[in-house]
Design a protein around this ligand. Structure first.
Ligand code: NAP
Ligand code: HSE
Length: 443
């Protein structure tokens, strides 16, 4: 029997894989640094050198934290696609239209493979681009687009390929997790911590991409496509940002053993595909509940493997460039996979679930503290078919008005029944202000 030949340093003299790099910001410069710092290591692992031949950004005169003198400069990033000395286009400019989309389409037209960190581009155009790329014999890889340095695409596409995936969950926006955990640890309101995050440079240029749940929703929609064999359906993701999460709810939920997370959940049921990116309560002692600061966590569940939990940096120069380079090295090795883990033409249109899987809910309301008030709320819940699991009343002795905060954790209930109950609460005449309802995700 002949021993299999593995790539090693002695084989690293093969034809170099040549990168055209579009974008020299946080991620792009991270890629340059890895290519330069680990040239020998990468060549040994890939069995051939990986080099950058040409680069592009908006401003050639900008001072950048890397030596770019050996690379050709293209003023127009789209020109990278047509260069004879570029085999792979690495797109790390960002934006779901404009040059990022045009460059990706030009690369496909030129028969070049593409590595991108651009979740917005793929969330909006992923299916069409995958169809076009596969028809042209090109590969699109996007590990860096989801959860930064965590190699979740590779695990889902390759390692778990023998599983029926039952659920995908994750905290996939570090900025939101930073804001929520900082509110909790410092007891500060959302507005104060949002401003801190802005000062620290954590927020995207359009902060609503982060705090509105859009960035994390983009990521979830890409994982759903791989997990469930559906065409990317970002438009069907139920999105709710963290702007309305109050310090009161964070503190009260904590007292009841829960932490609030901006949690993505995707699952396929008889109802169709459920995709949610919404604030949820999770048990405080669960891995998701324990996740602090800007770190990301992705939880994958498969019928054979059970549950896998991956935790790591979801953003930043090194982690994101690490993911980009993992994809580039796969291409250098000759690993050519379909964009979403199966031929794009076989991905089916996602049928969005009309209603979400029932779950327990956390309800907080302020009631007039008078006889029968709580009974009216309990009756409204009962009439909506909702059963109470836990209840706690917190009287406010120092206030002039006689009011009480009431916390209720329900047994599993359909979201429509919860909405119905909330409407009924408004008719009771005992409610002060609007009630809050937050889903409790069983993790
Ligand atoms: P960035 O720091 O803002 O850098 C963007 C780069 O693209 C800059 O070099 C910019 O040129 C260049 N660029 C922008 N528009 C261009 C245009 N029209 N023509 C030519 N060049 C253009 O962005 P980033 O943080 O590196 O992010 C890049 C991509 O990675 C995005 O899709 C982002 O969502 C994704 N991503 C980022 C992270 C992260 O931690 N930063 C994590 C995961 C995914 P100038 O430098 O000349 O302005
Ligand atoms: N704004 C994103 C985050 C960056 O906070 O996680 C990585 O996509």
């Amino acid at each position: 029997m002949t021993a299999a030949r593995l790539p090693d340093a002695t084989q690293a003299t093969g034809t170099p894989l040549r990168i055209g790099l579009a974008g020299l910001g946080t991620v792009g410069i991270g890629v340059v640094k890895i290519v330069q710092r680990h040239a020998d290591l990468i060549a040994a692992r890939a069995g051939r050198p990986v080099v950058i031949t040409a680069v592009s950004a908006r401003d050639k005169s900008k001072n950048r934290d890397a030596d770019l003198s050996a690379y050709a400069w293209e003023t127009d990033p789209i020109a990278l696609a047509a260069r004879d000395d570029v085999d792979v286009v690495v797109e790390v400019m960002g934006g779901h239209e404009g040059p990022a989309r045009a460059l990706t389409e030009a690369a496909i037209a030129a028969g070049k493979d593409i590595v991108t960190a651009n979740k917005a581009l793929l969330a909006h155009h992923g299916h069409g681009l995958a169809l076009a790329a596969e028809a042209a014999g090109c590969v699109i890889r996007f590990e860096a687009a989801v959860a930064g340095g965590i190699p979740v695409i590779k695990v889902l596409t390759e390692g778990l390929a023998g599983n029926r995936i039952t659920r995908v969950m994750g905290v996939m926006n570090g900025t939101c997790n930073y804001i929520l955990t900082r509110m909790q640890s410092a007891g500060l309101p959302y507005e104060t911590v949002f401003e801190e995050a802005r000062q620290l440079g954590y927020l995207e240029a359009d902060p609503n991409l982060d705090v509105g749940g859009i960035d994390a929703g983009h990521k979830l929609s890409l994982l759903s496509a791989i997990a469930f064999g559906t065409q990317v359906a970002f438009d069907h993701v139920e999105l709710e940002g963290i702007g309305s999460v109050s310090i009161d709810d964070i503190t009260l939920a904590d007292d009841m053993g829960y932490h609030i997370k901006l949690l993505g959940v995707a699952q396929m049921s008889g109802r169709g595909l459920e995709q949610r990116m919404t604030p949820c309560l999770v048990p405080a002692d669960s891995p998701l509940g324990q996740l602090q600061g800007g770190t990301n966590m992705v939880v994958l569940e498969g019928d054979s493997v059970g549950q896998i939990v991956m935790r790591g940096p979801g953003a930043g120069e090194g982690p994101t460039a690490s993911a980009v380079m993992g994809d580039v090295i796969d291409l250098a090795r000759g690993l050519r996979l379909s964009t979403f883990g199966r031929p794009a033409a076989s991905l089916v249109a996602a049928v969005p679930a009309k209603s979400a899987t029932p779950a327990p809910y956390y309800l907080r309301m302020t009631l007039l503290d008078k006889p029968g008030a709580l009974a009216k709320i309990a009756t409204a819940l009962g009439d909506a078919g909702i059963s109470i699991d836990q209840m706690r009343q917190i009287n406010q002795p120092n206030t002039q008005d006689e009011k009480a905060i009431v916390l209720i954790v329900t047994h599993k209930a359909a979201p429509a029944d919860i909405s119905h109950a909330l409407q009924s609460f408004a008719m009771t005449g005992v409610l002060v202000g609007a009630p809050v309802a937050i889903r409790i995700e069983e993790v």
